[in-house]
Design a protein around this ligand. Structure first.
Ligand SMILES: CC(C)(COP(=O)(O)OP(=O)(O)OC[C@H]1O[C@@H](n2cnc3c(N)ncnc32)[C@H](O)[C@@H]1OP(=O)(O)O)[C@@H](O)C(=O)NCCC(=O)NCCS
Length: 210
């Protein structure tokens, strides 16, 4: 059955989610955004910002599904905690390849070109961005963002709220703790136990000659 969908947020990330909604043959209703300059603005597919994010407008559209289309992991968590009882939409681009026995929780977005192999588990309000890949048995906790072109080998665990930036490579059997940032292009070969840190890791020297 076709779902009616409202996107919370009206920036670039929200636009990509809107495109997924339309490509999934669901019905894009509009956007909510607290930026007063964006009210009534057309964002995508002739659909507008319908209002700020508030309980009254959510009650008005109580036949709709909602998805938080904001890239910042902490903001997604804050909004999800503020509105825990919404019907959250899960946006999966039709050109994503999702293996068997993969679990994807409500409110998560899987973008075009993503490959997710069997046994992976993805929590609530995550983002798996364009052309990223998650190999078998990965486990992403809630509010994780895997940015475009990042590649995670098998059995990688990413704890809550961590942001894996674009082009990151993570070898198999690695665990990365919560609310970290792994900078663009990093290659992760050891577990990360710290939390709330940024890791910048450029491999640019030969450590050991074969
Ligand atoms: C990790 C990141 C968020 C850090 O941003 P920041 O905290 O603002 O860091 P700064 O830009 O102040 O950089 C701090 C230092 O780290 C270096 N640095 C930052 N990112 C780096 C990277 N990815 N690789 C290597 N060095 C990096 C900077 O050159 C700077 O070095 P300096 O002090 O010698 O000048 C950012 O650099 C990054 O990698 N962004 C990727 C964004 C992305 O993937 N977006 C996709 C959205 S869908």
């Amino acid at each position: 059955m076709q779902k009616k969908v409202i996107i919370i947020g009206a920036g670039g990330h929200a636009k990509v989610i809107a495109d997924i909604v339309v490509n999934s043959n669901d019905q894009l209703v509009g956007f909510l955004d607290d930026n007063l300059d964006k009210q009534d603005m057309v964002i995508f597919d002739n659909k507008k910002v319908l209002g700020t994010i508030n309980q009254d407008i959510i009650n008005k559209y109580n036949d709709c599904y909602f998805i938080i289309g904001i890239g910042d992991n902490e903001i997604r968590k804050k909004i999800a905690n503020q509105y825990p009882n919404l019907k959250y939409y899960t946006a999966i681009h039709p050109n994503a390849v999702i293996g068997n026995e993969v679990e994807i929780d409500a409110g998560t977005t899987i973008m075009a070109g993503v490959v997710i192999n069997p046994g992976a588990r993805i929590g609530k309000h995550c983002i798996v961005n364009t052309s990223a890949s998650l190999d078998h048995d990965n486990n992403l906790e809630d509010y994780v963002h895997i940015s475009p072109g990042a590649h995670l080998a098998g059995t990688v665990i990413i704890k809550e709220g961590t942001w894996i930036c674009t082009g990151v490579t993570i070898i198999n059997n690695i665990t990365i703790n919560s609310w970290n940032i792994i900078a663009a292009g990093a290659t992760i070969i050891k577990d990360i136990n710290d939390t709330n840190c940024t890791f910048i890791n450029t491999i640019n020297s030969i450590k050991k000659q074969k």
